[in-house]
Design a protein around this ligand. Structure first.
Ligand code: GRG
Length: 305
């Protein structure tokens, strides 16, 4: 397979239409909610800065795609739940970029939060976004069960049983050489947990049946794994300009990665396997020809093996 970054990053037309349709509503709603926040000006500015400088919005798009698959209208409740996940994800990026963690100057093509607002403000902007994420779910017009299910699932995904532990394991892993199973476990929590939650949230909002919710969560897990492998591959094969963040850091910092353990070809093979797993789950959901299948195109060049 000859992987061409430009082609890999090209979405197909249906996905492009979906994004053109969904993202303006999402951005408008999220910005309006943030703007209405009654908080210290610097805090509000720092929070809005990192959310509004962009990002692919993959997690909210997954939520909206699952709702669309179930013909659940993309109303203000869906937009709030999708927005709340982007707030939480953005908090994790702000904290990850801090000097005490990954020490990055560039994120989403712009200066990182602490470079613009200072370290204390960046920590607090992250704290604000994390807390606000849960607040936005409580303020929806959803029924109590859906709200509690969403809050519980988000807390599990983002908290010490999910992303936070993944981040700790990742930092500690830098001092040792991990095997593939150990690396997979780190990433299931660090990157996979929020992507799994995105699928779960879409299912909860759409009142999917229990067996379908299970399949959606499994899809999220395979998608999350593919997402991380792809992120590792892009760190090797892409440029800072293309990515909007520093690249080649994994090798310089001796990080445990899929290309590091398996070689670049091996990493591509693993990526392919995860995509196939995810696609098999979509078949079980009768969703393999739906917009959800287009998310898998995100990882593929047009000249796939
Ligand atoms: C600080 C608790 C805590 C967790 C940080 C998100 C994270 C955990 C670390 C980021 C480091 C990293 C590069 C992870 C790999 C995959 C990943 C989560 C990439 C960033 O997500 P994208 O690609 O970013 O969706 P955008 O900017 O498009 O939203």
């Amino acid at each position: 397979m000859k992987w061409n970054l430009k082609e890999i990053q090209q979405m197909n037309n249906r996905m492009q239409d979906f994004q053109n349709n969904m993202l303006p509503k999402f951005e408008q709603n999220t910005a309006a909610f943030l703007n209405n926040l009654s908080a210290e000006k610097t805090l509000k500015d720092a929070m809005a800065y990192s959310v509004e400088i962009g990002g692919k919005r993959i997690r909210p798009l997954i939520i909206m795609a699952i709702c669309s698959f179930y013909n659940r209208p993309i109303d203000n409740d869906v937009l709030a739940v999708a927005g709340s996940l982007e707030l939480l994800h953005t908090y994790s990026l702000i904290h990850d970029d801090l000097p005490e963690m990954d020490n990055d100057d560039l994120r989403r093509g712009k200066a990182t939060n602490h470079k613009v607002f200072g370290q204390a403000e960046a920590v607090l902007a992250g704290d604000g976004l994390l807390t606000l994420a849960f607040d936005w779910i409580t303020r929806t017009g959803l029924n109590s069960k859906s709200k509690i299910d969403l809050i519980a699932a988000l807390a599990e995904a983002a908290g010490p049983e999910g992303m936070v532990s993944g981040q700790v394991a990742d930092i500690e892993g830098e001092r040792k050489t991990l095997n593939l199973e150990q690396l997979k476990k780190v990433h299931e929590r660090k990157t996979g947990a929020l992507l799994k939650y995105a699928c779960q949230a879409g299912g909860i909002l759409s009142e999917a049946k229990d067996n379908e919710l299970d399949l959606l969560v499994n899809f999220g897990a395979s998608f999350g794994l593919a997402f991380q492998i792809y992120d590792d591959i892009l760190d090797v094969v892409s440029t800072t300009k293309e990515m909007g963040k520093a690249v080649h850091k994994d090798e310089i910092e001796n990080k445990n990665t899929y290309p590091g353990i398996l070689g670049l070809d091996g990493a591509y093979q693993s990526l392919e396997q995860s995509i196939e797993e995810a696609n098999k789950i979509l078949v079980k959901l009768n969703a393999d020809e739906s917009i959800l299948a287009d998310f898998l195109e995100y990882f593929k060049g047009k000249d796939s093996k």
